[in-house]
Design a protein around this ligand. Sequence first.
Ligand code: 5GP
Ligand code: MN
Ligand code: MN
Length: 322
Amino acid sequence: APDADWDRAVALISSASEVALACHVSPDGDALGSMLAAGAALRAAGKRVTASFGDRRFAVPRLLRFLPGQDLLVEPARYPEAPELMVTFDVSTVDRLGTLAESAGRAGELIVVDHHPSNPGFGTLNLIDPAAASTTTLVERLLHRLGLPIDEAIATCLYVGLVTDTGSFRHSSTTPAAHDMAARLVAAGPDPEEIARRLWDSSPFGYLKVLGAVLGRATLEPEVGGGLVWTFVTRADRAPYGLPYDEVEGIIDVVRRTGEAEVTVVLKEDDDGAWQVSTRSRGGVDVARVCSALGGGGHARAAGFTSRLPVEETMAGLRALL
Ligand code: 5GP
Ligand code: MN
Ligand code: MN
């Protein structure tokens, strides 16, 4: 986004007394982290802040419950219907706002803070930078321009977005700027060891059993898309262990270790019986293009979509695009 847009965002936010914040449905560390970081900073600056995400079953995933500042969250039903100023975080398209999309449509001003290259710029003001490793990168920039301090709680939220969206500093977004940001944030107090343990080393035992079943049925198709590895997780897999849906979201990080695979796909059946499909690429295939064609979106190397078709039909549709 050009400098003038950042200046306008600073002017709009500075003059507002009330701000409504939103992130995408089924929030990940970057979505919730960027929204809560901005919320904490704006509240400290004396503004009235409401924050939410538009899931029909509104709940913060267990893995993210350690993020500070969650008293800012309200259920979607209690969200302002026509906020004067609304700001969205990590939301690539209006439909990713879920039930909060209507509030966005009625907002006086809508500032979109995001790093998805596929974002059409659905705000009245768009702060979109596809080169940013995370949306929290853009929030740090915004808080800096607003002259708002970053305390330990805010730094924790910003760091969680950065460390999750860079895949623990392994993905192509891991630039000197990303490491510089991590250094600044860690200097403000967060403990990377503690955060890593909460995010990745705190699964219930049932997760191990489900993972075993899911890895056991993984399929390698060397001739598809330069090498395709895929598997799926059903509700029935999770049921015996009472394992919530959000506990299996990270399974793709294990499946994508497959050296023979260029593309990784994991289909996850949610509690409504819909399939949330996650895709990853090593760079040879643009999975954002593939997932956009199937009604979703994302980044070139990490994208997703929702399917209501049986697993084999969804896979047939995917193979045809690889
Ligand atoms: P994940 O596989 O980790 O859920 O998502 C990877 C990337 O794909 C994220 O950047 C996310 O924004 C995007 N993504 C995942 N599911 C969907 C979807 O249903 N629709 C859209 N537009 N993007 C998605
Ligand atoms: Mn996200
Ligand atoms: Mn993100």
